[in-house]
Design a protein around this ligand. Structure first.
Ligand SMILES: NC(=O)c1ccc[n+]([C@@H]2O[C@H](COP(=O)([O-])OP(=O)(O)OC[C@H]3O[C@@H](n4cnc5c(N)ncnc54)[C@H](OP(=O)(O)O)[C@@H]3O)[C@@H](O)[C@H]2O)c1
Length: 285
């Protein structure tokens, strides 16, 4: 069992498998950021980046390219690739190398395993070839199927798992995290805001935020608080933030500044999350 997070290991960690120190808040820039936001984000300490040849990454690609040209060694690029057929996997890697101007992809992820990607022998062979040729350093996946993720982690099949994990859906704690110890893969948490559901207060009455009087106004969860919940896990190396603007990006950095949740705060966030997910009644406690 990993030790609980403390203020000392809150903002940065060294990724297993890659050995690169990263800021624990990683950036998914495809929700509305523009190219100039990327060097700005790098100046704030961001050095874990998600990129994909598919989806809305194009607007920020020139900015990320500039960042990587300046100081490649400091940054980790995780590419979400398509992957039903070997040619799709190779295409994702080549596209990333070309568009980002890099020789090597740090992590190639089979995007959304089981839905948009497969992981059979032909794909496994392709990943092995790409690694051997130096085109990629590590392999991973984004995956919603938690029992399958647990099994793949226990088998040591991949170097990295990007997992749905948030206060409304904490099931990875039961179904995936217990299987990590044997091979110690990189764990990246996403859907911190639970598709923004957690940013809207449930209509039911809520217990007051710890330390506030019963009856005091209870704000909805902030995005920063959502990421703090993810970062709180000793198993999570990086939480991804997907800000819609630079203002949101700036706001979300609070997750790092504010540090670990107290036990009372963590209980509040868990109760809130379960209420949002409709899994628990909520009321003043
Ligand atoms: N969610 C999935 O099922 C899924 C599946 C496959 C891949 N991915 C990828 O995973 C990466 C991370 O996505 P995610 O869903 O985990 O990101 P997220 O950070 O949980 O959610 C992003 C959304 O949160 C809102 N948000 C962020 N900061 C905010 C703030 N300060 N104030 C108000 N709203 C704020 C934004 O909404 P507004 O746009 O309304 O401002 C944004 O669209 C992305 O690259 C995504 O494409 C996600």
């Amino acid at each position: 069992m990993h030790a609980p997070r403390t203020a000392q290991d809150w903002t940065t960690t060294t990724l297993p498998r890659l050995g690169v120190p990263v800021q624990r808040l990683g950036l998914a820039p495809n929700y509305g950021l523009v190219a100039d936001d990327m060097p700005w984000a790098a100046d704030q300490g961001f050095n874990y980046w998600v990129w994909s040849p598919l989806g809305r990454f194009g607007a920020t690609t020139p900015g990320l390219r500039r960042v990587l040209q300046k100081d490649r060694e400091r940054h980790v690029v995780a590419v979400l690739g398509g992957g039903y057929w070997p040619w799709m996997v190779r295409w994702s890697v080549e596209k990333a190398r070309k568009e980002l101007g890099i020789d090597q992809v740090d992590i190639l992820q089979l995007g959304w395993l089981g839905v948009t990607s497969a992981f059979g022998p032909a794909i496994a062979d392709t990943l092995a070839e790409l690694r051997q040729s130096g085109a990629i350093r590590a392999t991973g996946t984004s995956i919603h199927d938690r029992p399958r993720a647990g099994k793949l982690a226990a088998e040591g099949a991949l170097d990295m798992f990007m997992l749905r994990y948030n206060a409304a859906h904490p099931g990875a704690e039961r179904e995936v995290f217990p299987h990590l110890a044997a091979h110690d893969p990189i764990v990246v948490a996403y859907t911190g805001t639970s598709w923004r559901q957690l940013l809207k207060a449930p209509r039911a009455p809520l217990p007051p935020w710890p330390g506030r009087d019963v009856g005091a106004a209870v704000p909805p969860m902030t995005a920063a608080l959502c990421y703090r919940f993810q970062l709180q896990s000793p198993h999570v190396h990086v939480a991804l933030t997907g800000p819609g603007s630079r203002a949101q990006l700036q706001e979300n950095l609070r997750a790092l500044r504010d540090g670990p949740l107290s036990p009372e705060e963590e209980s509040w966030v868990r109760a809130y999350g379960l209420a949002v997910a409709g899994k628990a009644p909520i009321g003043p406690s």
